[in-house]
Design a protein around this ligand. Structure first.
Ligand code: YXS
Length: 259
């Protein structure tokens, strides 16, 4: 069963998440389908991509598939994990990707959305960044993506509370490009995507890549990288991480001991 549907109209491709049973959790198979679809759209010289979810459930995506988070000592959010590959593919895609959002955006789905180039949302959209609810050693690159998208005070509030914020607040702070009622968002986004598609694609691809390279400028010294890895390793090897996963699987509230 396909978990993602792909359509193309003119120069605009649309990827639609369609796994309502799991609330569009970003599991390995769904991400593989997204990556393959992005490759196909790239080969077809697509000039804008819309990334959306099938309407009908109050969730855009529930984030990383929690049942796939490793309980062994493997890094749950390492460089070769599917979610990281997806974020990189969106950032590397040579044309703008527009996230069209309806409903809740949870955990790793926030990283995916904020890796997109433009964000259109319906008024019911919420964003929650959840590693502190699960005891997850959150990734450095994920933090960089989020830090590039939002003011530090808001990011800290979201990281430390893991509570959802509403789209109006996100829009006021410039995290979201447009908030549009559900009955108009598809047409509005299609129109904007066509406008992009009619502009000079090489110019747009070069500007997108320039911005990405500029974001990456100012690399870290090896000692700083090691320090970041050590911080994450301590969290990943903690009892709290195992407790977070067990609590989600057992549908109960986790009890974190800080060890
Ligand atoms: O009980 P069944 O078997 O039907 O399964 C339920 C849920 O367990 C499952 N499901 C998920 N499975 C794996 N990974 C997920 N992220 C996930 N979310 C949900 O889908 C079935 C239906 O879920 P249910 O009954 O809870 O649906 P609902 O409509 O009442 O509530 C929707 C949500 C999204 C509010 C709720 O499912 C929820 O709170 N899900 C977890 C959201 C979350 O914490 N996501 C973060 C994932 S971890 C992650 O992204 C990174 C590692 S991090 O946090 O570090 O950024």
């Amino acid at each position: 069963m396909a978990l993602v549907s792909v359509t193309k109209e003119g120069a605009v491709g649309t990827l639609t998440l369609d796994h309502p049973e799991r609330r569009n959790a970003l599991g390995e198979f769904l991400i593989i389908e997204l990556l393959e679809a992005l490759d196909r759209l790239r080969a077809e010289a697509t000039r804008a991509v819309v990334l959306r979810a099938m309407p009908g459930i109050p969730v855009w995506s529930s984030g990383h598939d929690i049942s796939e988070l490793p309980t062994s000592r493997r890094d749950p959010l390492g460089w070769s994990e599917p979610l990281r590959k997806l974020v990189k593919a969106l950032q590397d895609f040579p044309a703008p990707v527009i996230a069209l959002l309806e409903g809740g955006v949870w955990g790793g789905a926030c990283e995916v959305v904020f890796a997109c180039d433009l964000i259109h949302a319906t008024p019911d959209v919420t964003f929650a960044i959840t590693p502190a609810r699960l005891g997850v050693p959150y990734g450095v690159f994920g933090l960089m993506t989020l830090a590039g998208a939002m003011p530090r005070a808001l990011l800290k509030e979201m990281l430390f509370t893991a509570r959802p914020i509403g789209v109006q607040r996100a829009w006021q702070l410039g995290l979201v490009n447009h908030v549009i009622p559900a009955d108009r968002i598809t047409d509005f986004t299609a129109d904007l995507a066509r406008t992009i598609g009619a502009n000079a694609p090489l110019t747009i691809a070069a500007m997108k890549e320039q911005l990405r390279v500029l974001d990456d400028a100012g690399g870290l010294a090896p000692t700083q990288l090691e320090r970041l890895q050590e911080l994450r390793r301590t969290v990943g090897e903690s009892g709290d991480y195992r407790e977070g996963l067990a609590a989600f699987a057992g549908k109960r509230t986790p009890v974190f001991l800080g060890a």
